[in-house]
Design a protein around this ligand. Structure first.
Ligand code: CDP
Length: 789
């Protein structure tokens, strides 16, 4: 039995939970009235361009800036040597590593920042930057993590004292001895080596900053493409030694983020330092190629997995070894206790007692990154591996993959479920989601159709993937970034006329927070959502928060919003009792008003109460109706789903096409079903892109292949398949409104599951040795290998 969401409790005018309220932010975007970093123009503003390394690994012998300095309109040329004078040549990263701001000793990836030109005009700045001459001595470029960890590999981070290898981290989870014991007795062990290739979030708006440091007041106002403005402000205070209260980060409208706007980039730091020294505002906005070659990528995990199973098809345990390619600096933000992100969710949706995960990260001569791109920290990679293993196990045992999954799923009554790597899954109905997907696609009919098609020489494959993700980081005891606990915050002020302003510590990059967070307040207080303005992304004007990535806004700041609304309702009740001359105990709440029990006519609305809060408060009660909540969630939330794709494969060419794509997702209670649908479409489109058209690779010299949108393809509505969506609704028991996260940089609409389903569909056709990217030529080669030509 699958569940659907209850009908909304509020009217469409109030627009609380469950209403598909239209996105309020879209009016300004559609009219071209958004305010992005590049739209900001300040009096006296200068422009910055960066000179970048053409080589992946080389020693810098000399930097000659004289020709650049001579260009008319150039105000300054900044090098690492100059920054070193201010102790700014290196900066800390969000993972506690260090990163060169401008290279002084060596370049460590193609596209690394070496010098910056500040000029009166952007074109002058770029032309001058191109005239900087750098003399290099070539060093061996390390382009794979496997080579990186060989004992004779050159040390990439020779800047770090005591660094005698290219190992970034080593980390394990689960019980090795217990897992080995189970594997020793298993009927069969299914093994797989696979690679989730590097991809790039490629937000339509690239990264940038307008830095405005006022030398008279010491105030630094930084308009920045930031998914985490408060955390960035703290890092800036630490890097630049500026007093935190004098740094104001304003993250205006963002044209997508997907994790790419979480790291602190050298360009931000150089522009700020330049503004500080020159005394004028400085703007820096990346080009597309700069964004693709030098900013936070996603994935790049090499994985070996083993699944122990019985001949009857019961999973007994899992072993995983993972090697991640981190690039030249470890700079993605992730919880400090979890070096490989939350990869240990790799045990997936299945019930078995033991697992052991061992992971290593390696420095390579590539751009740094590994950001939470359309998943919580490294959850996509985990989800991909377990589903590949599960589908291979089903095929090896000759069991239908749907049946195999059903047999091994964690059952509905087993929640809360303690996974072998220590997560406590909050709630789930995995069978319900897969059953619904099978029904929607017509699984049995398609199996028959497949056989018929084969007789006519056509190939139809059907592929399944199920997933469980882990989103909504904290709790703060376990999850922190650089020691900052991963709570989040909401401040709500209700004004005398009953209109409200909600201020958040998170920051939307397209997820529609201005629409949905107002709906949470509307649900809790009955104030129409159209009467609530949502403010984010200004550190002077919002409470401290850790930001938006890894699908954490709704589980954490959404919870903070519900909690502050509830505490304001408690104060409102006192005012209502005063206005109605009744005891608080005699009052009942109904959306938007308090009334006296048994006498519904004796009532006051939330708007009456708001007015009274400033004009007629009972004695002993403070005036006003506002407050702030810092919410540290007791646990993460665990959204899940099941996907099925039907693929037509041309046996003559290896070309394949998704004919049907059914996605059943469960993100608990939905605040806004239309927005959730949009998030799912986004995630599925990313999965489609990864499976069929997106790939960043490097040649042996470390040149990035995929540095323009001609090489790195972004799917459009033209080629993206149609998605058929289904839902189950399994609330999170500990979340104040039962929601689980979904986000732009996040989970449901799982890209991994989409890729899994495509690969599974091909496996179904006997093409079992295929990996990403699933291009026609590779499918064709795999068909040849399996004798299917
Ligand atoms: O952190 P991020 O904004 O990426 O993720 P999120 O807040 O979990 O979800 C993105 C959008 O979907 C927000 O506008 C949420 O309010 C909305 N959402 C929803 O309507 N219902 C849910 N159960 C979860 C998210």
């Amino acid at each position: 039995m699958t569940t659907t969401q209850d009908a909304p409790r509020t009217t469409p005018e109030v627009g609380g939970l469950g209403h598909s309220r239209k996105r309020v932010e879209d009016a300004r975007f559609i009219e071209g009235r958004g305010n992005y970093v590049d739209d900001i123009i300040l009096p006296g503003m200068l422009h910055m361009a960066i000179h970048r390394s053409p080589l992946a690994h080389a020693r810098i012998l000399s930097i000659d800036t004289s020709e650049a300095e001579a260009v008319e309109g150039v105000i300054a040329v900044v090098t690492g040597e100059l920054l070193a004078g201010y102790n700014l040549a290196w900066m800390p990263t969000m993972s506690g590593d260090t990163q060169a701001v401008l290279a002084t000793d060596k370049v460590r990836f193609q596209g690394q920042e070496i010098a910056a030109v500040i000029a009166t005009d952007r074109y002058i700045a770029q032309d001058a930057a191109d005239r900087i001459q750098v003399e290099y001595e070539d060093l061996e470029p390390i382009v794979t993590p496997q080579r990186s960890l060989e004992s004779d590999a050159p040390i990439i981070r020779d800047d770090k004292e005591g660094q005698d290898s290219n190992l970034v981290y080593e980390w394990e989870s689960g019980d090795k001895a217990a897992t080995d014991a189970v594997f020793a007795k298993a009927d069969r062990v299914v093994k797989l080596d696979t690679f989730y290739p590097r991809s790039h979030p490629a937000p339509l708006e690239t990264c940038g900053i307008v830095a405005d440091v006022n030398s008279a007041t010491g105030q630094a106002t930084l308009y920045m493409t930031s998914q985490a403005p408060h955390a960035h402000r703290t890092v800036f205070a630490l890097v630049a030694g500026l007093a935190e209260q004098n740094i104001r980060i304003i993250s205006p409208d963002l044209g997508g983020g997907f994790g790419n706007k979480v790291p602190v980039y050298p360009g931000y730091v150089v522009a700020t330092a330049a503004s500080l020294v020159i005394g004028q505002p400085v703007k820096w906005v990346e080009t597309r190629t700069e964004n693709l070659i030098s900013t936070g990528f996603g994935r790049d995990y090499h994985m070996h997995g083993e699944l122990a199973v019985t001949n009857e098809g019961k999973i007994l345990g899992l072993k995983v070894e993972m090697l991640s390619d981190q690039g030249a600096f470890f700079s993605d933000a992730q919880p400090t206790k979890f070096k490989a992100g939350l990869f240990h969710i790799v045990t997936g949706s299945y019930d078995y007692p033991v697992a052991h995960i061992s992971t290593k990260g390696a420095y390579t001569n590539k751009a740094p990154g590994g950001v939470a791109y359309r998943c919580s920290f490294r959850v996509t990679e985990a989800s991909y591996l377990i589903e590949r293993l599960v589908q291979n196990a089903a095929y090896e045992l000759g069991i239908d993959p749907a049946e195999f999954r059903m047999k091994n799923f964690i059952k509905k009554d087993q929640f809360p479920y303690l996974s072998p790597t220590g997560f406590v899954y909050d709630s789930g109905d995995y069978e319900g989601a897969l059953k619904l997907a099978l029904e929607m696609v017509g699984y049995d009919e398609i199996q028959k159709e497949k056989e018929e098609a084969r007789k006519e020489g056509k190939l139809v494959g059907i592929g399944i993937a199920s997933f469980t993700e882990v989103v909504g980081a904290g709790h703060g005891d376990d999850y922190d970034i650089l020691g900052l606990r991963m709570f989040d915050s909401a401040e709500l002020r209700i004004h005398p006329t009953g209109k409200a302003i909600l201020k958040l510590g998170v920051k939307s990059q397209g997820q529609g927070h201005e629409t949905t967070f107002a709906q949470i307040v509307a649900e809790e207080l009955g104030i129409p959502s159209s009467d609530i303005k949502v403010v984010e992304g200004d550190t002077d004007n919002t409470p401290y928060g850790l930001g938006t990535y890894a699908s954490r806004s709704t589980p954490v700041a959404g919870a903070a919003t519900a909690m502050i609304s509830r505490s304001i309702r408690a104060k409102a009740k006192k005012i209502a009792a005063h206005l109605l001359e009744a005891s608080e105990d005699d009052l009942e709440w109904e959306v938007g008003k308090f009334y006296v029990k048994g006498d519904p006519e004796s009532s006051v609305t939330i708007q009456d109460i708001a007015f009274a809060a400033y004009t007629n408060v009972p004695e002993g009660l403070e005036a006003g109706l506002e407050g702030v909540n810092y919410y540290d969630p007791p646990n993460m939330t665990y959204p899940f789903g099941s996907y099925i794709v039907v693929v037509d494969l041309d046996p003559g060419t290896g070309q394949w096409k998704v004919r049907r794509m059914v996605a059943v997702d469960d993100c608990g209670v939905k605040i806004n079903p239309m927005i959730v649908e949009g998030q799912i479409h986004g995630g599925l489109t990313e999965g489609y892109a990864m499976s069929s058209m997106q790939h960043i690779s490097f040649d042996d010299a470390g040149n990035c292949i995929g540095s323009t949108f001609m090489d790195y393809l972004v799917p459009t509505a033209w080629e993206t398949p149609r998605f058929e969506l289904g839902e189950t609704v399994t609330p999170s028991p500990h979340h104040p409104i039962g929601a689980k996260g979904v986000g732009e940089s996040a989970t449901v609409g799982s890209p991994a599951a989409y890729v899994n389903a495509v690969i599974d569909a091909l496996s179904h056709l006997g093409i079992t040795n295929i990996d990403m990217p699933v291009s026609a030529d590779r499918v064709w080669a795999a068909m040849k290998d399996s004798g299917q030509e």
